[in-house]
Design a protein. Structure first.
Length: 235
């Protein structure tokens, strides 16, 4: 296996099962609270999923939401309740509280993800981590999953002051890793942040298609490589 000098990873939905674990936990919340809203649990779960997609799809809401996850969560629940004609601000808060208390422990690394990072490190590859989100939240995850010693450079949006796709985060990572763009891979699940933006700087963009759905029809982004999980990088 030939590796580049440096590989930069995204964290959520690349190393950690962020969305999968959240979806599972939201479904449990729907089960638990549907009765209080006089709703069918399956319908409530489905609408909360639609509301989350609606919320996070807008870049402005996405930025504000990742800096205040609690507000984002209660906002998504409120939106779902309202759409189902069951508006209830107090219940939205209770659900967001319940979810928030369980969120971090529900999250796990994808199968083989941590072993993959160890293998790459042992092979002498310089490893970087660039993660968007609030500094505190993202740093908690880095510590909880023992990621700090694995990486030569860790850039968290909330700590650094700006996030992907701002080229300053990639430039800073290349500097820290003493890497040339042409000898660097960026690996992540977001086509804009982790494929298109680094490619524009000459970095190879590897897309993690963890859902296995293939490229969306409406994208013009062409990844240099697509994997289902980062474990494929060391096979
Ligand atoms: Mg991600």
């Amino acid at each position: 296996m030939t590796y580049p000098h440096a590989i930069i990873f995204d964290l959520d939905d690349t190393i950690l099962d962020t969305t999968l674990s959240a979806d599972r936990l939201w479904s449990r919340a729907a089960e638990k609270f549907a009765k209080q809203a006089d709703l069918d649990a399956t319908a409530f779960d489905a609408q909360m999923k639609i509301s989350r997609e609606w919320f996070w799809s807008d870049p402005k809401r996405n930025l504000a939401g990742r800096m205040d996850l609690y507000k984002a969560r209660s906002g998504c629940v409120e939106h779902a309740l309202k759409t189902l004609d069951a508006s209830n601000a107090q219940l939205a808060t209770s659900i967001a509280d319940w979810f928030t208390q369980r969120r971090i422990t529900a999250m796990q690394p994808f199968d083989g993800a941590i072993d993959t990072l160890h293998t790459l490190k042992q092979a002498g590859v310089r490893l970087g981590l660039i993660s968007n989100g609030k500094g505190e939240t993202q740093r908690d995850k880095v510590i909880r999953f023992g990621l700090e010693p694995l990486f030569d450079c860790i850039i968290l949006e909330g700590e650094f002051g700006t996030g992907k796709p701002d080229r300053r985060v990639f430039d800073h990572a290349l500097d820290e890793l003493q890497a040339k763009p042409s000898d660097t891979w960026m690996v992540g699940d977001n086509l804009q942040w982790e494929v298109a933006a680094p490619q524009a700087l000459g970095i190879k963009g590897i897309w993690v298609d963890w859902r296995g759905t293939g490229l969306p029809e409406d994208t013009d982004v062409v990844p240099d490589r697509t994997v289902r999980s980062i474990a494929e990088l060391v096979v």
